[in-house]
Ligand binder design. Structure first.
Ligand code: ZN
Length: 464
């Protein structure tokens, strides 16, 4: 019985863990690497196992860095079931189709360049047919119900409060006399969020696999985050420029829309043309409204109106998006992608980021190597489609909107385990993982900081 770490080790993206129990092979997550060409090139490499020999997959949530390589796994021979929360399955449909679309576009772009150098064409990572097949193999489960997914393996999902359908996994493994309970946090939510319950406490585990994306710091309080946003909007009105918010289509956008609707009058948002310029975020927001009962701790019903501040323009077509490009004042535009690695936000940058009266508001994690990371690190110039563009806009980082637990939130969640079980820290850059390991020192019996390929023997919990 063993657990091998095959992604998101000492980095945030590429989540992938292989469990071997009683001759069966179970994969937890199968995520893409994100942030920068070099890192992302790893997505095209072979898996470090034979996809056809995997018996089942459990997906913690639909984010691409957790499930983005599933269609490749299927394309390369995986035929087993994929278990995830029912709402997460709906979200995966949106996100994986978008990923296929991006992969096809990326291959086309590369092939145009390769043709000019007489190089053979490359295939996209995967296409829509692979996504369709993946969705056929996906089984939606509810929270809080235990079920046997393989001989000797039982699974229960608990709400992680991160995005719609995000799950903490409780896995009970049995091999002969040996029994072990593993708990994977997946991505844990940010306590006190307006549109997600707090991460569910899990009282017992023999080993915890925990994310540590923000293991090195605490977010601002929600109150000061609202004050920060209000100030940006006030300054924006004085500057008479545009405000650009590169937004993650899932979760962050809905949180923002919810706040803009709530604070519409208090923040005088009638002064702005509010635009959601992302078909994927629009589709996701509809899904959030449909699963509203899951979102609030007391099951208070949210509706689509809660995510729709008055006058919100839903920009679906490229033509609508281009019309927004022509506005030079008074527009507040939410557009993907969140780390500015592609999508419509780049066009808005081209038309605005060189203006002194423009403000860019970063509301989520920016992986090293991404354009978003360059901007928050103070880049004075960026390159878009071969063109050099000055950065004169003010770049704000509003970290408090994060959908991830901060260091105190992670610590609080770990503290709910009885008996201080050993824990393996993943989904975090090296400095975050070591900072959180230091916070847990003296509390957890053992803190593993696995490297890629490390294997833990689950009988005696040694190896990393
Ligand atoms: Zn996530």
């Amino acid at each position: 019985m063993q657990l091998q770490f095959l992604g998101a080790t000492r980095e945030v993206t590429g989540s992938c863990f292989l469990i071997e129990v009683g001759g069966r092979r179970l994969l937890v997550d199968c995520g893409m690497y994100q942030g920068g060409r070099k890192g992302e090139a790893r997505n095209a490499e072979p898996f470090p196992f034979a996809p056809g020999e995997i018996d089942a997959v459990v997906l913690t949530h639909a984010h691409i860095d957790h499930g983005g390589r599933l269609p490749q796994l299927v394309q390369r021979g995986f035929r087993g079931p994929i278990y995830t929360h029912s709402a997460g399955k709906e979200l995966a449909r949106i996100l994986l189709k978008d990923a296929a679309f991006l992969a096809i576009k990326d291959a086309e772009l590369q092939n145009r360049k390769r043709a000019r150098r007489h190089l053979p064409p490359v295939e996209p990572l995967y296409v829509l047919a692979d996504v369709e097949q993946t969705l056929k193999q996906m089984h939606g489960l509810p929270y809080a119900q235990e079920r046997e997914i393989l001989p000797g393996v039982r699974l229960r999902l608990q709400d992680a409060g991160h995005i719609l359908g995000a799950s903490i996994l409780e896995l009970w493994l049995r091999e002969g006399e040996l029994e072990r309970k593993l708990v994977f946090s997946g991505d844990l939510g940010h306590r006190g969020s307006l549109i997600s319950p707090d991460p569910t406490a899990v009282p017992d585990a023999d080993l915890g696999g925990m994310e540590a994306t923000y293991g090195d710091r605490d977010h601002r309080s929600w109150e000061s985050t609202w004050a920060e946003l209000e100030e940006i909007f006030t300054i924006g009105s004085q500057l008479r420029g545009n405000i650009l918010i590169p937004a993650f289509a899932v979760g962050r956008t809905q949180q923002l829309l919810y706040v803009l609707a709530q604070k519409y009058q208090a923040w005088h948002l009638e002064r702005w043309l509010l635009a959601l310029d992302s078909p994927m975020a629009i589709a996701t927001t509809k899904l959030y409204a449909r699963y509203a009962a899951l979102l609030m701790p007391e099951g208070e019903a949210l509706t689509e109106a809660d995510f729709s501040p008055p006058g919100l323009l839903l920009s679906q077509t490229p033509q609508q998006s281009m019309r927004l490009n022509r506005i030079d004042s008074g527009a507040l535009i939410i557009a993907g992608s969140g780390m500015c690695t592609g999508g419509r936000i780049l066009h808005h940058f081209k038309h605005n980021i060189w203006r002194r009266n423009c403000q860019v508001v970063m509301v989520g994690y920016q992986a090293e190597g991404s354009l978003g990371h360059a901007l928050i690190s103070g880049a004075r110039e960026i390159r878009l489609w071969g063109e050099r563009i000055k950065v004169a806009a003010t770049i704000h980082t509003v970290g408090g909107l994060s959908a991830h637990a901060d260091q105190s939130g992670l610590h609080h969640w770990y503290g709910q385990f009885r008996g201080r079980p050993p824990v393996a820290l993943v989904h975090g850059e090296e400095h975050s993982i070591s900072a959180f390991a230091a916070r847990l020192a003296g509390e957890a019996r053992v803190v593993f900081q696995p490297a890629f390929g490390d294997t833990l023997d689950l009988a005696d919990l040694t190896g990393c």
